[in-house]
Write a protein that binds this ligand. Structure first.
Ligand code: SAM
Ligand code: SF4
Length: 328
C-alpha cells in the first residue's frame, strides 16, 4: 500500500480495547467514559481485519489500547496473529502498561512475540501512583522482570512531564542499562480532554536531551525501528535512548503506519480527525472484497501530517479523541 505522498504503509497499530486499569493523567480523565462493550469488534473480527491488512502488505502489527492485556481472552487473538508470522507478517508486538505481564509473558513468547514496549514514566513508587492514578509500580516491575526472564526484548517508554519526572531520567537510564532495556522518551501530545492543563505538562525533549548530555556520553545512532523515534547511543550503559518529538520536530515524513480502533475505525494519522469506517464493510459480507476496497480508499486519503500545536491560550486538545482510542 502506497499513500499519496509515496510512503509505503507497512505498519498497523491496533487498539484492541479503549479500557484500561490505569488512569494516566496525560491520557485519560479519572472518570473516563468507555465505549459500550456492544460497540467493540469481536476478537474474530479484529483478526479478520488484521489479516486483510497483512494481505495488503502490512509487515508489522502492534497491539495497543487502552491496555491490550485487560481485554478478555486477548491471547486468542495474539495466538492467531502470531500464526501469521512468516506468512507476510514479520513482527507482532505489543505496547502495554505492564500490569498483567507477570501473567502473560510466557504466553506472549509462545505466540511468537519477541519485543514489547512497556510504559513506565518514573521509578519512584509514589510518583508512579500519582501519574497513573490507579497503577502500582511493584506490580509493573514484576511484570517487566517476568518479560525479561521469558526472553522478551523490552523497551521502556516514558512520557516527559514538566516538573513531574524530569529529574528521574538519569535513574531510569541506569536501571535500563542494568537490565539491558532501551529507553524512549516521548513528548506529551494534546489528545483528548484530560483533567490537567496540558501546557503545564509539556516539556520539550530538546531541553531534556541537553541536560542528559551533561551526565551521559550520547552519540547519534543510525538505529531505526521504522518508527518516529530518533536514537542515541549511551556509551556508559551500551543501551539506546530514543526521543519521540512530535511537538518540536515533525515526524511525519517517514510515516509508515495507520491505526485501527477497537470499533473498526481506521485513522490514517494520529493527529487528524479524518477516518474510515471498516466495520460496515467487514460486517456487510463474508467476502473480503468490500473490505479491501475500503482499505485502499482510506490509504488514498492518508494526510501529509499532523499539525499539533500547544495552544497556550486555550489549552485545548488538537484532536478530541484520547490516545487510548487510537493507541498512541
Ligand atoms: N496502555 C498501554 C500503555 O500505556 O503502554 C498502551 C496504550 S497507551 C495509550 C500508549 C502510549 O501512549 C503510552 O506509552 C502512553 O504513555 C502514551 N500516551 C498516552 N497519552 C499520551 C499523550 N497525550 N501524549 C503522549 N503520549 C501519550
Ligand atoms: Fe492506560 Fe496506557 Fe492510557 Fe496509561 S497511557 S491510561 S496505561 S492506556
Amino acid at each position: 500500500m502506497i499513500d499519496p505522498f509515496g510512503r509505503t504503509i507497512s505498519y498497523l497499530r491496533v487498539s484492541v480495547t479503549d479500557r484500561c486499569d490505569f488512569r494516566c493523567v496525560y491520557c485519560m480523565a479519572e472518570d473516563m467514559v468507555f465505549l459500550p462493550k456492544s460497540d467493540l469488534l469481536t476478537l474474530e473480527e479484529l483478526d479478520r481485519l488484521c489479516r486483510a491488512f497483512i494481505r495488503r502488505g502490512v509487515k508489522k502489527l502492534r497491539l495497543t489500547g487502552g491496555e491490550p492485556l485487560v481485554r478478555r481472552n486477548i491471547m486468542q487473538l495474539i495466538n492467531r496473529l502470531g500464526g501469521e508470522i512468516g506468512n507476510g507478517l514479520e513482527e507482532l508486538t505489543l505496547t502495554t502498561n505492564g500490569s498483567q505481564l507477570a501473567k502473560y509473558a510466557d504466553d506472549l513468547v509462545q505466540a511468537g512475540v519477541k519485543r514489547i514496549n512497556v510504559s513506565i514514566d518514573t521509578l519512584d513508587e509514589q510518583k508512579f501512583a500519582a501519574i497513573t492514578r490507579w497503577g502500582r509500580l511493584p506490580q509493573v516491575l514484576d511484570g517487566v522482570m517476568a518479560a525479561k526472564a521469558a526472553g522478551l526484548k523490552v523497551k521502556i517508554n516514558a512520557v516527559a512531564l514538566k516538573g513531574v519526572n524530569e529529574d528521574d531520567f538519569d535513574g531510569m537510564i541506569e536501571w535500563c542499562g542494568t537490565h539491558g532495556f532501551d529507553l524512549c522518551l516521548i513528548e506529551t501530545m494534546p489528545m483528548g480532554e484530560v483533567d490537567e492543563d496540558r501546557t503545564a505538562q509539556y516539556l520539550p525533549l530538546s531541553l531534556v536531551r541537553a541536560r542528559l548530555g551533561r551526565r551521559w556520553t550520547l552519540t547519534d545512532s543510525s538505529y531505526a525501528t521504522g518508527g518516529p523515534a530518533r536514537y542515541m547511543s549511551i556509551a556508559e550503559t551500551g543501551q539506546r535512548l530514543g526521543f519521540i518529538t512530535p511537538m518540536t520536530h515533525n515526524f511525519c515524513e517517514s510515516c509508515n503506519r495507520v491505526r485501527l480502533t477497537c470499533t473498526g475505525t481506521l485513522y490514517m494519522c494520529l493527529g487528524q480527525d479524518d477516518a474510515a469506517d471498516l466495520r460496515t464493510p467487514l460486517r456487510a459480507t463474508e467476502d473480503d472484497a468490500a473490505l479491501d476496497a475500503a482499505i485502499t480508499e482510506a490509504i488514498a486519503r492518508k494526510p501529509k501530517g499532523h499539525d499539533f500545536v500547544i495552544d497556550r491560550r486555550h489549552a485545548r486538545p488538537a484532536v478530541a479523541r484520547h490516545m487510548s482510542v487510537t493507541g498512541g
